[in-house]
Design a protein around this ligand. Sequence first.
Ligand code: HAM
Length: 454
Amino acid sequence: MANEEADGGGSPLQVPRGTRDFGPAEMAERRRVEGRMRETLRRYGYREVQTPTFENLELFTAKSGPAILDELYGFEDKSGRRLALRPELTAAVMRFYYASLAMEPKPLKLYYFGNCFRYDRPQKGRYREFWQMGCELIGPETPEALGEMVALGAALLQDAGVARLAVRIGHLHLLYSALDAIGWPSSGDRRELLRRIDKWDERNVVAGLDEAGVDDGARDWFLSLHDVATLDDLAACLDAAPRAGERAEEAVARMRTAASRIREVLDCAAALGLDLAMVRIDPLIARGLDYYTGVVLEVDAPALGAEKQLLGGGQYDLSGVFGGEPVATCGFALGFDRALVAVAAEGAGTEVAEGVDAYVAPIGDAARRPALVLAAKLRRAGLSVEVDLMQRTAGKNLKAAASRGARVAVILGGREVEGGFATVKDLASGEQVEVPLAAFADWLSARPPASRAP
Ligand code: HAM
């Protein structure tokens, strides 16, 4: 059996592993959902930016460390420059900000839609090339700003047709200070444990805590954070926290501050329309990327299976990477491909009508040039038009018109060309009328779309 990389590896007929082709119907649906999302972002005052598909490798390794190399499509160009296909866009947008946008008035609200590349293990909802719709809010770190970010995250998905959402809100101080409170050494590498917490395999987490010598009481308290769902649960949990010395006391105090921060943010998000019934407090959100600092959020679609996380983000700091003035930053990105799966799972997808307005069918060779002239005229008038390019017979042309979902077939034979009119067949009703060529574009534009063929 070939190794797992072999399929799709070499054959010119197969796409590379983890990538996809999108046919016309799928593209129409993708563009429809993309349009809905852009519209929501516009209503929240965001403006679009675009950055390169590949960047200097260091942009991504600077903050996340060499561990990210396993996930990256890195390569050297012909001059030996070390580059990478972008795995996400936040670092690139902040590079752009520090290079060119730092003087823009605040808040600066930027959004992007672009393909990203990660050397992930492909499965449904997880790809090596995928698309993110994301936004960055630069300048404010008020509860209003963070609340708006959370409300926007939910609105983007709901407006696109994902009604059932599970929003989880956390704060990195909750997680890090909880580790401090149980005496987890602050020096040393927490990454492996954070990864286990992020995936939440309890046995693995327990093993990690045991390895670090955390005592049973402290460990059980830490595990109880996993059951927290509300701010009241969190408050009760904090009351029961281990009080083993000054360091633990300080850690719990930091957790209380983080909890009240979350309360303020959720108050603002609710005022902006977020339905709090779908929100859960999750003190153990770790986030995979290493630049997060404060409030973090993740949004899942319960209707999906393993890859149900649709959106992730929070407050972060990348100023150190660029040596620029620190500036408050928060944002999120949603997995566009996963969002589409969720839209379809909820039955909110739409068959986007892909038909053309008219199919021009010449009868006989003498009508072929006039047919092209008529097609050009209709296109100039803004109609979508196909004209026979295959030199088909009249009968085959009518079939082709129907299979292209044309509203009308425009039949142009010698009699029509001479008389300056066209015979128009409505493909839904079968009704046939003669329309003067001079008035044809206006006549077709004026027809109600209800007569459009299915
Ligand atoms: P992220 O959580 O790594 O965050 O990615 C955001 C979303 O992209 C995920 O929630 C998921 O839906 C989608 N995603 C990630 N990997 C894949 C994949 N292999 N296939 C399909 N979808 C995937 C970020 O990228 C941050 N830059 C978000 C952010 C913006 N933070 C602050 N501002």
